[in-house]
Write a protein that binds this ligand. Structure first.
Ligand SMILES: C[S@@+](CC[C@H](N)C(=O)[O-])C[C@H]1O[C@@H](n2cnc3c(N)ncnc32)[C@H](O)[C@@H]1O
Length: 210
């Protein structure tokens, strides 16, 4: 299943979805194809929004709206998707959102720990998992817009591991991360040995000069 299909799987039943930062508009277009809901395509960039407009099959035009907008437009909706953006940008957008939104689907590209710290202390996080597409891992969070506070530990902060047992995708992600960290630590160990060697050779040289 593609990243976009997977994200939409968690939208639940909805009459209106806002695809914020829609760019090419593929997510919103897929939502129009799969449901009878209406979709607002919004992007801070007029050029990006134009791409979405051009990609939209005309038969969906009646259910689609296009807006150039920084963040969430002031339109009430069942679901807002914020995908493919930086975690800090997503935090900023959530902070400034004035609309009445029932659910957010967040798929940050970086600063995921910061986003978790922000979101877990304010909203009800119902899913925090990983999508695998073309051998790449994408973390996503499904968040209900109801107040909730969870004190996060390292398992949650780094890996969103509050659902047990962890999913198959998260299991694969943990193995992948473990491999990277082990390589990194081995590299550090080698660097320490090299540094020791360098220092001793430099010392030897300066001692010989004296
Ligand atoms: C990498 S694209 C992601 C496209 C699509 N959402 C996806 O997941 O495939 C990021 C898009 O977010 C838009 N964007 C960045 N900051 C934004 C903001 N504050 N408000 C609205 N759109 C924003 C960019 O213009 C760009 O089109």
């Amino acid at each position: 299943m593609s990243r976009i299909d997977e994200l939409l799987k968690y939208a639940g039943d909805y009459d209106k979805l806002i695809d914020v930062g829609c760019d090419h508009g593929y997510l919103g277009i897929t939502a129009l194809q799969k449901t009878t809901a209406s979709v607002v395509f919004s992007d801070i960039s007029e050029k990006c929004l134009m791409k979405a407009r051009q990609n939209l099959p005309s038969k969906y035009a009646k259910r689609a709206e296009f807006l150039v907008c920084d963040g969430v437009p002031n339109i009430d909706a069942d679901v807002v998707v914020l995908a493919g953006m930086g975690g800090l940008n997503i935090i900023n957008i959530l902070k400034n959102s004035k609309a009445n939104i029932s659910r957010y689907i967040l798929q940050p590209m970086n600063n995921i720990e910061k986003l978790r710290e922000y979101v877990y202390s304010r909203y009800e996080v119902v899913i925090d998992d990983v999508i695998i597409e073309d051998d790449r891992f994408y973390t996503f969070l499904v968040v209900n817009n109801v107040p909730k506070f969870i004190e996060i530990n390292d398992d949650i902060k780094y890996f969103g591991a509050f659902q047990k047992p962890i999913s198959e995708n998260k299991y694969k992600f943990l193995l992948y991360k473990r491999n990277i960290i082990k390589k990194f630590l081995a590299f550090n160990e080698q660097s320490m040995l090299q540094l020791k060697s360098i220092d001793s050779l430099l010392n030897e040289r300066s001692n010989n000069k004296e």
